[in-house]
Each structure stands twice: as C-alpha cells, then as structure tokens.
Design a protein around this ligand. Structure first.
Ligand SMILES: [Zn+2]
Length: 310
C-alpha cells in the first residue's frame, strides 16, 4: 500500500488568502536540526528547550515519548480530550459509574505515569474535550491549541502524525499544524512541529512505532537503555484502565521525525483507515468533510482571538 502522494506545495491551499500561503513553517533543515539537538541533549542528560507534548488522549504521550520525557523535565503535556467517550455505557464497561468518573481515573493514571518520568502534576494539562469528538469541534480545537502556544511559547511541539490511526489523533495533528502556521503568520512565536509515533493501518494490520512514509521526512530512532525500559514499563503499569491496549506497544525504541506538510483534505493513505476498521463513529470521508469546513472557517480569520489580532 502506498501513501497518497500529494505535491507538498499543494498543502498551501489549506490556509490561503490573497497574500498566498498562510501556513509558513520552518525549513526542513532547520526543523531537523532542532530534532537532532533535542535528541542529543536528552541523551546527554537533559534539554533546556521548551517542549509541549500535544496529544489526544491520556496515554498517547507515554506510548510515543514516555522515555524521551525523562530527559525533558520542563515539558508540558497537554491532552486535548479527557479520555472518556460521551456515553456512560463505555465508562461502565470499564467498571466506572459515569463518564466523569472514568475521566477522573484517566487523569489520575496519566499524572502518576508522568511522575515516573519526572514530570510534575502541574505540567500535565487537560483541555477537556470529549474522547472521540475532536473532529466535530476542529475550529474550537485549533483555538485551544493556539491559546496554549500563545501562553507557553514552546520551541517545539511534539504531536501525532496525520495517519488515520484514530480520528482524534488526526484532529490534533490538524489543529497543531493550523495553529502554529496561523500564529507564525500573525507574527507570534511559532514552534517547530515534531512527531511521535502512534499507530495506523498498514497492509491490513495495525502498525505501531513507525510512520507512514511521506514527504521524505526521515525518522530518528531513540533506543531505550535498560533503565529507561524499566521506567517505561513502570509508566505503562500506572494506566490500569488501559492495560489491554498498552500491552500491544513494545518498549525498546521510540521514533520521532519532523512533521511533513500534510494535505488534510485527502486520505493519509489508500484503503481503509485504522479507525474505519475498528470504530464506527466516524468515517474518513466524514473527518475530511469536517477538516474542509474548519479550513473555510479558519480562512475567514474572523474567529482568531490569540496573538496579534487578525
Ligand atoms: Zn490516542
């Protein structure tokens, strides 16, 4: 299966007005230099870079960057959702009374897990969207992400790739790309966007710890020492409600790359997306319709309220 090959320049149509592409990003060589510096500093004991990990669910950061975070004690981890779907029935299947109880449990789990890696509770933020519903709120999600970037002014955002693994993951990727590009165009500080791995459908099976090949971006592999593997196992064990899922994610390596320029209005790859195979809540076509609508709203620029006024 080949990913959809789109001319990178076509991505400029995402956010375009009379002045042309509204979504300028740092050059690839600059972004790769930042990634390599970050990994070298972490390997040498720690980095001073301001890093925000922006993910959909409380455990995505552990899977994709749990060990890396050990070397970034100043990182802020932001979860767009509280990890609890809207229906109480889902929480009850997990042994909780209500959605609110399940969300509170997921918060406790991720706070404890991140403490294993030296991240204090005050650096773990939840933006409170409902699990599974980010796609229906893309403009609000973009604004929430812009608010975090504007407040924290990170050098780096580490986030999901656009790969059809989970509709919420794709929604976070969309929001981070739009928010950082828009802020840059508004003259506000915009971060370098780097990616951690999540999962996607690849030739009919779920693939973890790798990226879809896209845009020529080369992934860097961070190999975990024995101590880091032990810590990451301890980290995983804090997620009591997610054990069945986490068991499927190995702990030997983590992979990172610079975010390619995506065209969010086309599928990330041919064939069925992972979330189309496993979840009946939203199809890829519906997600892309939402992205198209959000792009129209963002292009209008009437709703911007962060950074230099539009
Ligand atoms: Zn997730």
């Amino acid at each position: 299966m080949q990913p959809v090959q789109s001319p990178l320049t076509a991505a400029a149509q995402w956010v375009r007005n009379r002045r042309g592409d509204r979504r300028r990003v740092p050059r690839r060589d600059v972004a790769n230099k930042v990634l390599d510096e970050l990994l070298a500093q972490v390997a040498a004991g720690g980095t001073e870079k301001r890093v925000v990990v922006m993910v959909a669910h409380p455990d995505d950061e552990a899977i994709g960057a749990g060990a890396l975070l050990r070397g970034i004690p100043g990182a802020v981890v932001v979860h767009l959702t509280d990890g609890a779907p809207a229906a109480d029935e889902y929480a009850q299947l997990k042994g909780f009374v209500s959605r609110a109880d399940y969300a509170a449990a997921r918060r406790r789990e991720v706070v404890t897990a991140l403490q294993v890696m030296g991240i204090p509770e005050e650096s773990v933020r939840g933006l409170g969207f409902v699990d599974g519903e980010l796609a229906w709120n893309l403009v609000a999600v973009c604004h929430a992400v812009m608010g975090v970037i504007d407040e924290l002014k990170p050098d780096v955002i580490l986030t999901h790739p656009y790969e059809g693994g989970h509709s919420d993951h794709d929604s976070v990727a969309f929001a981070v790309h739009m928010a950082s590009g828009i802020l840059q165009c508004e003259g506000a500080a915009a971060p370098v966007v780097l990616e951690l791995t999540s999962y996607h459908n690849y030739n009919g099976r779920r693939r973890v710890f790798d990226f879809l090949p896209l845009g020529g971006e080369v992934a860097r592999t961070y190999r975990l020492t024995t101590e880091l593997r032990w810590l990451k196992r301890r980290m995983y064990s804090q997620f009591t409600s997610q054990q069945a899922v986490l068991e499927t994610f190995p702990i030997a390596v983590e992979r990172f790359r610079c975010a390619p320029r995506y065209l969010f209005t086309v599928p990330p790859h041919d064939g069925q997306l992972d979330y189309e195979l496993r979840c009946r809540k939203i199809s890829g076509a519906q997600w892309r319709d939402q992205a198209e609508s959000a792009l129209r709203a963002l292009r209008s620029r009437r709703q911007f309220s962060v950074g230099k006024s539009a």
